[in-house]
Design a protein around this ligand. Structure first.
Ligand SMILES: [Cu+2]
Length: 330
């Protein structure tokens, strides 16, 4: 009877927990690295639960059991086995396993010609620098595209305060520390889009500092990389030409680069192919021409304290010219 009464609660809990999967979850791993983290947490949860259950049963027996049993539980043997041997036997392998998992020792993925990408945390967005096989590098932002099945070696650092790079479906989190470069090598097994989030409080807009990792089949990735590496496409219509002119005239190029134009700023995200990204302003808005226009005008409402100024004085026509131009940059 009691079980029948708790049954709906159990079902409801299961339904709620099923929402824990998805594109930003340690519970649905898509790489070896994330799978080991997942196994370790299962070992800890299930192991911890079993140990707790045994302790509760023993405590019950010690309190309410027969006289003989209570005497045995109070004996020296129980203390030595339960208090010394058992923790040593369980915690030592766990510690060694944890060390291996944290990457002490060589990473087998490093031997396989990894793709090299540098990610720099900035208040409150991500600068992403790809280096090709010839050693040439070029910049992008707020999105990381990687080839499925090939190791990607990330060099992680910061331009200001401590940030933390975390894509739970693909890897454990790694801090980005001033004056230091940490590395993380990961490899996605299947194509997909995974969400990442800054996991170390870094000031005002920290909660709005997300990004997407897009894992593409090798061929698609190569095509994308070629396009991403090239200069921005020329404006193709009158509106787009006007957009570029307004972009330059309003000083946007002081902070943003659009390769192939006079815009060479480096304080903000590179916009050479901004229209091809999945989201805008570090995962805050969907990437459409309308949201680019909204961002330019209302960015301080959308992402308070971010380092771009709101452009309130632009006419609606000017805004829409700039945003159609930027949206066309794929
Ligand atoms: Cu942060």
């Amino acid at each position: 009877m009691r079980f029948l009464r708790t049954c709906p609660a159990l079902i409801a809990t299961a339904v709620i927990l099923s929402g824990c999967g998805g594109d930003q979850s340690v519970l649905s791993p898509f790489s070896d690295n994330a799978r080991t983290v997942n196994v370790l947490s299962n070992v800890l949860f299930i192991g911890g639960f079993l140990i707790l259950a045994v302790v509760i049963v023993l405590a019950g027996l010690a309190a309410f059991g027969g006289a003989h049993l209570r005497r045995r539980l109070a004996g020296e043997n129980a203390v030595v086995i339960g208090g010394l041997v058992f923790p040593l036997v369980t915690l030592t392998p766990l510690l060694l396993y944890g060390y291996a998992l944290l990457g002490a020792g060589p990473n087998p993925l490093d031997g396989q010609r990894p793709l090299k990408v540098t990610v720099i945390g900035e208040q409150w967005w991500w600068r992403v620098i790809y280096t090709d096989s010839k050693g040439d590098s070029f910049e992008s932002a707020n999105e990381l595209r990687i080839p499925v099945g090939r190791p990607v070696k990330l060099s992680l650092t910061t331009a200001d305060v401590i940030h933390s790079f975390w894509v739970p479906n693909l890897a454990g989190k790694v801090d980005m520390i001033p004056g230091r470069t940490n590395t993380l090598t990961l490899s996605a097994d299947t194509p997909g889009v995974f969400r990442g989030q800054c996991a170390e409080y870094c000031g005002g807009a920290h909660a709005l500092m997300a990004f997407k990792v897009v894992a593409l089949p090798a061929k698609e990735f190569a095509t994308w990389l070629d396009v991403e590496q090239s200069q921005a496409r020329e404006p193709r219509s009158q509106v787009e030409r006007e957009g570029l002119e307004l972009f330059l005239a309003n000083g946007c190029g002081g902070c943003h680069s659009i390769r192939g134009t006079a815009a060479r700023g480096t304080a903000g995200p590179d916009l050479t192919h901004v229209g091809g990204r999945k989201s805008l302003a570090a995962g805050v808005l969907p990437n459409t021409a309308e949201s680019i226009a909204r961002w330019i005008r209302d960015n301080q409402e959308i992402k308070p304290e971010n380092r771009m100024l709101p452009y309130r004085s632009l006419e609606p026509g000017e805004l829409s010219a700039i945003s159609s131009y930027l949206s066309s940059l794929r």
